[in-house]
Design a protein around this ligand. Sequence first.
Ligand code: AHR
Length: 575
Amino acid sequence: MREPWRLVLTRELQEEAAKHPEIRLVFVDATQDSDKQIKDIERLLGYGIDLLIVSPCDAKRLTPTISEVYQNIPVIVLDRVVEGYDYTLFIGPDNESIGKQAGKAIVSMAVGRTFSVLELRGGAGSQASAARSRGLEGVFVRHPNIRTQVVVVENESRDAAEDIVASLGDRLEDVDVIFAHNDYMALGAYRAIQGGANASKKIIGVDGFAGQDGGLELIRKGVIDETITCPTGGREAIQFSLDILQNVSGVPKQVILRSHNITRDNLESYERSLDKAPHELTDVIRVGYAQVGTESGWRLAANSSIREAAMDFNVDLTVIDANQSPARQIEAVRTFISQKMDVIVISPIIDSGWEPVLREAKRAGIPVLLSDRKINTEADDLFLTYIGGDFIEEGRRAMRWVQANVPPDKHPVRILEIQGTIGASPTIERKAGFEAVLAENGSYGIVHSSSGDYTIEGGRQVVESYLRANAWDIDVIFAHNDDMALGAIEALESAGIKPGEDVKIVSVDGTKRAVKAIIDGKLNCVVECAPFLGPQLMKAVTDLMMGKELPLRIITDERVFTRENAEEVLPGRSY
Ligand code: AHR
């Protein structure tokens, strides 16, 4: 409870809980001490709590405790994400994005001239501060005209920042802008330079709270020039607690909250948006959905989930199937623009080439949501949210299974990778996650990698063409989806190689056929990528049309299937 940000978080939790007489909020403060936090959690469990909300002091240290609690009751983790997926829901800001947003603001101030930034970072152990710096540096690498000096303010307070900035003396002279990782340090910096020769320097902070000495007030008074809002997620934590305890379906795994750049120019409109209550819907919402195609069992399940949810939410849905053609998919979006849809949803076949058509949608005032796949763009105003899986984590999980179950024998483990559609975000990110874990250990290597385009036929062809050119020397196949793994299995069997035994196979999705193949001993591990995005998507569409702000990303829950749990989960696999 040392930082003002935590006071706002606590207030939000209490105010939201107070609206629900069925909730009793019991609150404890770890005073920055992980040992105390672990004891606090034990004490809360002793009180018989139904659900735990925790902001871990130290995410790594708290991981085992949180994972144990999660075996018995739901756990919502706030703001610092623990390792692994042993919690019910994570809600937090995207600190790297916050750093990026600050970086872009500074770039627009610098407009091509040599520019010097003083960065006031938080304490060395702060995950949030490290991520913000990463985001900032990610922008500055492309702008060699911008130089940064970094100063760490260990306790992140206003007074410490004031003392440090005041002590910089001559080093301040050529500084153009001070970027402080919170508004209170930004205020401290202002106090250090006000009235002196350095008073004209620009100051940017982070948090953007209302109230006395909050970032919004500081902008109004001209103390700071800009703030990047950093939402606490307190209100959402209480709302999701109710959904979780009432077993509402479609609760996501992670909700990443949106941050805004606030300056004098948009301060008033931002404040008005905070006060605005959501309005009732009077008309049926018209949604145009630009879909990938029908390449896989996963896609068919995703299609049904979207259509069913549209009916449940009374949304008038038009789907155009691009049949795996990026050009056709862009045309589909143009059709939706000409039809003046209320909302356009895209599952982008590939992640590039989107900016022109998304700018057309923006000019037409039609909001765009991304479902299941992402796009690669520096512009952060071309779509409102992404709803789907965490593909990097899927890749990591696949390789973690390989590491744990296929030990290097006499020679390094030889892996054949069957990639999905080249240029699609799940392909890029699954590969990146897999390779990140692979890089931790020199005893594993990808010896061959080619695309099977997410189809059964594609998976079969990759194995057949490898067999035509090589004697079989592969220990593990990593297929980016189940359909390609099933195609690979057929090719292996035709060649007299026993899938699952002679070669271990790991894939992604979790279709019924793949789980059945695990039981039959032909597939070894399937990392789930849940296709049931319909309810979350239609809820987001409805919330948007009611005037609510959407999170930056909504990430779905996903599990891992192996021989240990395949029998048990098979009856529940509906696709
Ligand atoms: O975008 C999700 C991927 O697309 C699924 O993993 C794959 O099966 C599908 O075609």
